[in-house]
Design a protein around this ligand. Structure first.
Ligand code: AKB
Length: 331
């Protein structure tokens, strides 16, 4: 494949009044199906295409367009963008922090090589591109409480390194080629009907399932490990808001975003207010604990000033909503 030159990055303009035509990569992960639902309500069912390399469950397949796409296959990706006249790309394919440490070569391929394909295609076709970053893009030398949008970033996981790379490459393409790159550093995301895939913050989803199903939960982080977290609905709304924000309101292209920060003990306490019989024990996963100990406790947010970000779910609402959903599924 040719290295794309400056001149070949022509921007395909689409009027702001048209609905965007959206492609979501990694669509069968924790966030894709929920985001597709939100965007389809806003832009129409056929204007949002979910993609993945896995076979979708039938409810996903029947709820709107789904397509096979392998982000490591440049031609496949380009064909999808061209044939479907894509204007927005939400790039969710990635290996998360814990699973990335267990498979560094794959994490490097998906999170770095895959991103290069995405950037080139987005720049060539004038797409608006959203790539999530993460609190994992900070590291042990970053200030942890609070953690500003701009500060030292020296992560020690392949996930974190690949996400700092994504932030910098996206911003570089923005300045060099005018790519409309937008990025939020997600905290741990908590969702009821989709599972996170191999992260450090996964305990905060698992506790709800175990509390409802067995009444027992073994936590793999120390009880006082404070991390930033967000309910999925806030996360998806934040993503739509940053994608829709007028370019002149964005003073940066990569923002921290957060809703709440809590420890496993605080989360367990809140769950026990509703399920007093829940038994919580702790058995550390040292890989995850070391990662968590290098992450922010409390990111500050310029998003509040730039486009008025406000979360809706705090800890009590989060716990109530999660237990209601998982409880109703279990009945
Ligand atoms: C992980 O734990 O790896 C992710 C994240 C915070 O990026 N949930």
């Amino acid at each position: 494949r040719q290295v794309t030159s400056d001149a070949s990055f022509h921007s395909v303009s689409f009027s702001e009044t048209d609905h965007p035509k959206v492609l979501i990569t990694g669509g069968l992960g924790q966030l894709g199906v929920g985001l597709a639902k939100l965007l389809r309500r806003r832009f129409g069912n056929n204007n949002v295409i979910l993609s993945d390399i896995r076979k979708p469950p039938s409810h996903v397949f029947h709820s709107g367009p789904f397509i096979y796409s392998d982000i490591l296959d440049y031609k496949n990706l380009r064909e999808i963008v061209v044939n479907n006249r894509i204007t927005w790309l939400v790039h969710y394919s990635a290996l998360l922090s814990a699973v990335g440490e267990a498979n560094v070569a794959l994490a490097r391929a998906v999170n770095i090589t895959g991103l290069h394909n995405i950037l080139d295609i987005a720049a060539e076709h004038g797409l608006r591109l959203f790539v999530p970053s993460t609190i994992g893009a900070f590291g042990p030398t970053s200030p942890r409480n609070p953690t500003p949008d701009l500060c030292v970033q020296r992560p020690r996981t392949i996930y974190g390194v690949s996400k700092v790379h994504a932030e910098l490459m996206g911003e570089y393409y923005h300045h060099r080629y005018g790519l409309d790159f937008r990025c939020l550093r997600y905290p741990g995301i908590i969702s009821a009907d989709s599972q996170p895939g191999g992260g450090t913050t996964d305990y905060a989803v698992q506790i709800f399932h175990d509390a409802v199903k067995t009444g027992k939960f073994e936590c793999n982080l120390r009880s006082d490990t404070r991390l930033p977290m967000m309910y999925i609905e806030d996360c998806l709304r934040a993503t739509l808001e940053v994608m829709e924000a007028p370019a002149d309101t964005l003073s940066m292209r990569t923002y921290n975003i957060n809703a709440m920060s809590f420890t496993p003990a605080e989360l367990a306490g809140e769950v026990q207010r509703q399920l007093p019989d829940l038994q919580v024990t702790y058995s550390l996963d040292q890989v995850r604990q070391d990662i968590a100990d290098s992450w922010p406790m409390n990111p500050t947010m310029r998003t509040r000033r730039d486009w008025g970000w406000k979360h809706e779910y705090d800890l009590p609402e989060l716990v109530q909503t999660m237990l209601a959903f998982i409880g109703s599924e279990a009945r």
